[in-house]
Design a protein around this ligand. Structure first.
Ligand SMILES: [Zn+2]
Ligand SMILES: [Zn+2]
Length: 49
């Protein structure tokens, strides 16, 4: 079983594997916007649409 955790972006519902290429974020988008308060995540993953 993969070791997963929620994306560190506050508004994101995606899960991220521990050794993902974006660290604790699910995507480049979340990595850039993770420090800001967004009303909703726009990483375009199915969990966030
Ligand atoms: Zn997301
Ligand atoms: Zn995310």
């Amino acid at each position: 079983m993969a070791d997963v955790q929620k994306c560190a972006h506050p508004s994101c519902n995606c899960t991220v594997t521990k050794d993902g290429e974006y660290g604790k974020y699910c995507s480049e988008h979340c990595k850039e916007k993770g420090q800001q308060t967004e009303l909703r995540c726009e990483c375009r993953h199915p969990a966030c649409r």
